[in-house]
Design a protein around this ligand. Structure first.
Ligand SMILES: C[S@@+](CC[C@H](N)C(=O)[O-])C[C@H]1O[C@@H](n2cnc3c(N)ncnc32)[C@H](O)[C@@H]1O
Length: 391
């Protein structure tokens, strides 16, 4: 890409494979330095975006090793381990070091603006105290800070993905978040990956209709059947039955829990309030029978299983053609609507709005992880444009 002095300069922490960075590049920025310590993500970043990424642990990098004079600092710091203990000083906690790295670099480099992306859970963490502290910490070093929960689907990304965007600036402006563009016209899974549905997945790239398709490779562990109860069983009736035998034997629910080595599970066999009761699994039923010495009356009903079709699509996370996809996560992709395989790496990438010529590297699991970790490119681009107008 041609260098242009007028392009605002960006430094990117926790860059991953570069979803956020690509959005900024598309909006006309130049990324001058980036960092991540996940080797496969760095390989993907280098080969698609540029060699300006370093692959070290950010806590080992001195601020003096990072270039000066850039406009925006990006960073979706991982938020595990936020502990706020008793006081606001808990940001000193060793486990929060990743957040502190971002704060340190903003403090040392004083970019005009910064942007962080994080999971929705950040807002409720420690009853909202964590987000308050983050805002306060950045305010203390001279930034005006705002945050907003956004859903990618409302910005034209074919995916329900709620994330918190934290924005700050020290140039005395309002922080402006992009306006939603697709609140009432969400893009569906079919719109975006329908054409790949009939194409066989394979390990290497292939050509179809004059176009090369990369990374159309997928996990194939799909179970659309499961072992379920053969008979309809009324939990309330079973509960009364078990209680009767438990009382007869003079054993407390707690003792039953202890006998099974469960903390609360066994206790649920003796409850029917709030729908929190449950029926013992066949193996537990047999063990319980030995303990309480009950008769055979319900044995067949409770223990006979049969192979059943999965009906609850959401619980198995099967994507639905007619809606935006559920959130693409770093752990496991959803099952393709054809129920024969998981969504392929390319399909997940499209749902995260990566272009088709953006090629992922690493093992299958690591490619899924890079994609699931990313900020959707299109959302990033929209955020980048509003920030650019504000600069
Ligand atoms: C949520 S992902 C960021 C994704 C990225 N913003 C994108 O859009 O593709 C967080 C990244 O932080 C990286 N990371 C976690 N701890 C790190 C550390 N100590 N030093 C450098 N990178 C780290 C992870 O490897 C991961 O790629």
């Amino acid at each position: 890409m041609q260098k242009n002095k007028k392009r605002p300069k960006v430094v990117s922490l926790f860059a991953g494979c570069g979803g956020l960075d690509l959005g900024f590049i598309n909006a006309g920025y130049e990324i001058i330095w980036a960092n991540d310590f996940f080797p496969e993500a760095v390989e993907t970043y280098e080969k698609n975006i540029g060699k300006h990424i370093t692959s070290d642990d950010i806590s080992k990098i001195k601020s003096s090793e990072i270039p000066d004079n850039f406009d925006i600092l990006l960073g979706g710091f991982p938020c595990q381990g936020f502990s706020i203990a008793n006081s606001n000083r808990s940001m000193e906690d060793e486990r929060n070091f990743l957040y502190r790295e971002m704060l340190r670099i903003v403090k040392d480099k004083k970019p005009k603006m910064f942007l962080a992306e994080n999971v929705k859970g950040l807002l409720s963490m420690h009853k909202g105290k964590v987000i308050k502290m983050i805002v306060k910490d950045f305010e203390k070093i001279g930034y005006k800070v705002d945050y907003k929960l956004v859903n990618s689907a409302d910005y034209g990304v074919p995916q329900q993905r709620e994330r918190v965007i934290i924005m700050g600036n020290k140039i005395k402006k309002e922080n402006i978040f992009p306006k939603t563009t697709h609140k009432n016209n969400h893009i569906t899974v079919k719109d975006i990956v329908g054409d790949l549905a009939k194409l066989r997945t394979r390990d290497s790239s292939f050509k179809t209709k004059g176009k090369t398709i990369y990374n159309h490779i997928a996990r194939t562990n799909v179970h659309d059947k499961f072992w379920g109860r053969k008979h309809k069983v009324d939990q309330h009736k079973i509960c009364d039955y078990l209680k009767k035998w438990r009382n007869k034997k003079g054993i407390s629910t707690k003792k039953v829990d202890e006998h099974f080595g469960y903390k609360h599970t066994a206790g649920h066999w003796f409850r029917k309030d709030n729908g929190s009761g449950s029926i013992p699994k066949p193996e537990d039923w047999k063990k319980l029978k030995k303990l309480l010495g009950f008769d055979n009356k319900n044995d067949k009903k409770v223990t006979e299983l049969e192979l059943k079709e999965i009906k609850f699509e959401q619980s198995l996370r099967i994507n639905n053609w007619k809606r935006p996809s559920d959130t693409i996560t770093a752990t496991g992709p959803e099952i393709h609507p054809n129920k024969k395989r998981r969504m392929s790496v390319r399909e997940c990438a499209r749902i995260q709005t990566f272009p088709d010529d953006f090629i992922f590297y690493g093992s299958l699991g690591n490619m899924y992880k890079q994609i699931g970790n990313a900020v959707p490119v299109l959302l990033a681009e929209k955020i980048a444009k509003t920030m650019k107008n504000n600069l």
